[in-house]
Design a protein around this ligand. Sequence first.
Ligand SMILES: N[C@@H](CCC(=O)N[C@@H](CS)C(=O)NCC(=O)O)C(=O)O
Length: 213
Amino acid sequence: MDLYFSYLSTYSQKVLLGLYEKDVSFTAHMVDLTDEKDREEYRKLYPFGKVPLLIRDDGRMIPESTIILEYVDSAFEQGPVLIPRDIELGRRTRFMDRMCDLYLNDPVVSLIFESWKPEAERDQALIARSSERIGIMYRFMDDQLGKSGYLAGDTFTMADCAAMPVLFYANSFAPFAAFDNIYRYWEEVSQRPSFLRLKQEAEPYINAVMGER
Ligand SMILES: N[C@@H](CCC(=O)N[C@@H](CS)C(=O)NCC(=O)O)C(=O)O
């Protein structure tokens, strides 16, 4: 199995977390999103140019982080069940995964990109919209985490794989320390071996890009 990914990409990190949690091995192919030549080369393989992308041993391509994790969860039994088989918990997991991707990840990425522009060129309306959305998501997540240990119930799932990489970046741009339940959750999940491994691997790439700004 081959995984095309970038350590800078939260969607790639989401998949890496799931693979590390389940201890599934793969051949790693890093795509340098900061290098136009590398991106162009990658688009020959996957014209949308998005990472992550999984290629199975039979050659079938599986793009999209959620679909990759669905595949990994159904194909490999070991480790945590990323999408609970219980219908209600499974639905809740998919729902929280969508919420994290659409309403947390995207606004956090917008804030990061805007922060890299000179102040006068920043899109203030986008910054305001993104910050508002992140605030709504924090309240929503805090409420969920007040009722259960993890985002979609009492076990670690794909929803947590989706949330953690974004929370890691988000805390610098929109700190969540005032949200007790998110804070307590973060203190615990950020100590998981899968996250510590990801953080150690990704940090040099993140620091290189953030340091340049
Ligand atoms: N919905 C996709 C989103 C993937 C995505 O947006 N990846 C970004 C990096 S986080 C990317 O590949 N950007 C490069 C580009 O758009 O050319 C998923 O869940 O995998």
